[in-house]
Design a protein around this ligand. Structure first.
Ligand code: DGP
Length: 118
């Protein structure tokens, strides 16, 4: 089931109301290129269902969260840009720098990635 929030940027992207470079879509998950890429490969993987932050998830969301990871891995493979490795990260809340309040995995690759992130 998909739910959308009127003011949510990523709900608007999933509804086609705001353009994005879509790389993957199924009945629950969407992936698209980040508008300000921080690596040669930088895509966002989101659920179609609006969930504001990872802190709002419960055990009922486990399968959906797993699907986000599986899609990220598929995109890493299919992109051809992550043979040396890749990273998936989800910012949750203000201190982590979450700026769009619809959960999303960042898929980053195509260059060596420093650790730890800032
Ligand atoms: P975060 O800071 O973790 O909430 O990441 C939000 C990401 O969303 C950030 O890397 C930039 C990206 N972003 C923001 N607005 C847009 C947009 O309109 N289109 C696309 N494709 N990405 C966006």
């Amino acid at each position: 089931m998909t739910t959308t929030e009127t003011d949510c940027l990523f709900c608007k992207i999933s509804a086609g109301q705001i353009p994005a470079q879509i790389t993957y879509r199924d009945d629950q998950v969407l992936a698209f290129k980040d508008v300000g890429p921080k690596a040669p490969l930088h895509e966002l993987v989101i659920p179609l269902r609006h969930i504001a932050t990872l802190a709002d998830t419960t055990a009922e969301d486990a399968a959906l969260l797993g699907r986000l990871m599986v899609v990220a891995a598929e995109r890493a493979r299919e992109s051809g840009q992550a043979s040396g490795g890749f990273r998936v990260v989800m910012n949750a809340g203000a201190d982590a720098g979450q700026s769009v309040h619809h959960i999303h995995l960042h898929l980053l690759g195509g260059r060596a990635l420093a650790w730890p992130p800032g």
